[in-house]
Design a protein around this ligand. Structure first.
Ligand code: BTN
Length: 249
């Protein structure tokens, strides 16, 4: 087994909660999003290489083998919670895990990007499976060199390595991410986004930034307590449910 591996032998001893069991691992898969048939809440799929990694809005998600954390997790949100908020819950978990690894602050670019130094280090996708479960996928760029990051990404990408020049073992990072997601998801189940709002609001990347939405220019106001994004377009307040917001770098 290579030194830096996400094989169960490396990751399972680092897991202390309910999430990550079962731990479904493959060296190669199409997408971890499709590797969790019939699994219960907390099951996690991980692979070293995806041949058809999925990003949001039908975009591909690529990473060289063994360089990133590519994982999906099964969640069964209660009926009184809004599943559309799950990318923010997972994004906050990824941001906190990144901060602990880098010792730098990370932000959340609504609705699903984790940013450090104005570059995207992680992305989140949430896909309903039709039976009440939601499969949340997280791609975290860890050891990619600059030339291994996608050249055509809409948001300029970074890896933890391109940020501080340190190569990291991914297993502790993944275990931290899974544990943090379990904790934050538990808080969200109990108290909704209000329970996470302090952490979320403090990391709101678009707040006060010049933004571009469907050809209009405006300013990000805030991620609201219901998870929607409020923006100001020439003095007119608009609230976005979903979609893509570009920003001025
Ligand atoms: C985005 O920023 O567009 C979301 C990217 C999500 C990528 C992760 S990698 C692990 C999981 N498997 C996938 O195919 N996609 C998600």
């Amino acid at each position: 087994m290579p030194e830096d591996s996400l094989a169960p032998e490396r990751v399972e001893p680092l897991l202390s909660g309910r999430f990550g069991r079962p731990y479904v691992y493959a060296l190669r898969c199409d997408s971890t999003q499709t590797a969790l048939d019939e699994q219960p809440e907390g099951a996690v799929a991980v692979c070293e290489e995806q041949t058809a990694g999925r990003g949001r809005l039908g975009r591909p998600w690529t990473a060289p083998p063994g360089a990133a954390v590519l994982c999906s997790i099964v969640l069964e949100p209660p009926a009184d919670r809004e599943p559309a908020q799950l990318p923010l819950v997972a994004g906050l978990a990824a941001a906190e895990a990144v901060e602990r690894a880098l010792n730098l602050s990370a932000q959340i670019k609504w609705p699903n990007d984790v940013m450090v130094n104005r570059r995207k280090v992680a992305g989140v996708i949430a896909e309903a499976s039709g039976d009440g479960r939601v499969i949340v996928g997280i791609g975290l760029n860890v050891n990619q060199k600059p030339e291994e990051l996608p050249a055509d990404a809409r948001v300029a990408p970074a890896s933890l390595y391109t940020i501080d020049g340190i190569r990291r073992e991914r297993a502790p990072l993944l275990a931290e991410l899974i544990g943090t997601l379990e904790r934050l998801y538990g808080l969200w189940r109990e108290g909704g986004l209000d329970a996470l709002y302090e952490g979320l609001g403090a990391r709101d990347f678009l707040r006060g930034r010049r933004v571009f939405v469907n050809g209009s220019v405006g300013t990000g106001v805030a991620i609201r307590r219901d998870g929607r994004l409020e923006i100001d377009l020439d003095g007119e307040r608009r609230v976005l449910e979903s979609g893509e917001v570009e920003f001025e770098r």
